[in-house]
Design a protein around this ligand. Structure first.
Ligand SMILES: [Fe+2]
Length: 235
């Protein structure tokens, strides 16, 4: 089973954002990634969030999100897209799901593997991110998802689990870049014993660390500089 993964395209109408982000180039970069994924016959494509950046208007953001959705759907490969903090600056969860049609369910079984998609776009007071309030330094996995995570991992103990989130769940990066209650999530992984690897974006340089036998891979952001970044994993 092969999965094509990319993160943080930050696509919008601006040539450069935040000094180093080449937002406009992301259309071509995603096209290039999708060509490669199609050639390698991946079973699904996953984006770990921050699909778009800010076009200064709701209509602009819809237009740019739709352009990417049309491009990706043209390859007829199942596509799942998590929201990132930037996607929340203008979109609610409902907007994003309607516009992209790519919001993943909480978990999917693919062959011998269990894929789990976590929505850490919450503040540590439990309130979900919204266009009115989305703080990139404050991410959190609410209790309902912790419980659901424990349940699905326990229910499918014979399956190898792979976890996907926008914000990293590990503890070797500066805390502003990671999920505040990451320890609670890692404790659940440890207890379950079937989690192989956790993928995230958000921290643009990327990182990789193993904690209690689980590999935490933070993929480098696609939008940084002119170089393209995406990966294929075999599970
Ligand atoms: Fe980002």
């Amino acid at each position: 089973m092969k999965l094509g993964i990319f993160t943080d395209p930050h696509y919008c109408n601006k040539e450069i954002t935040c000094v180093t982000r080449r937002s406009l180039l992301s259309y071509q970069k995603i096209k290039e990634a999708m060509e490669h994924f199609a050639k390698e016959s991946v079973d699904a494509v996953i984006c770990l969030g921050d699909l778009i950046d800010d076009c200064d208007s709701y209509e602009g953001n819809v237009k740019y999100a739709l352009k990417l959705t049309e491009l990706i759907n043209g390859y007829r490969i199942p596509f799942y897209c998590l929201m990132g903090n930037h996607d929340h600056l203008d979109f609610t969860r409902e907007d994003f799901a309607r516009i992209t049609g790519a919001t993943p369910p909480f978990s999917i079984i693919m062959g011998d593997s269990l894929l789990v998609f976590l929505d850490c776009n919450h503040h540590d007071d439990g309130e979900p991110y919204s266009p009115k309030r989305a703080d990139w330094t404050n991410s959190y996995l609410p209790k309902a998802q912790l419980d659901e995570l424990e349940r699905v991992l326990g229910e499918d103990k014979d399956k190898k689990a792979y976890i996907f989130s926008h914000q990293p769940l590990e503890n070797t990066l500066e805390p502003v870049h990671t999920v505040r209650n990451g320890q609670a999530v890692r404790d659940i992984f440890k207890k379950a014993g079937n989690v192989m690897r956790a993928f995230a974006g958000h921290f643009h340089p990327g990182n990789e660390v193993t904690i209690d036998g689980v590999i935490y891979t933070t993929l480098p952001a696609m939008c940084e500089g002119e170089q393209n970044r995406y990966t294929i994993i075999e599970i």
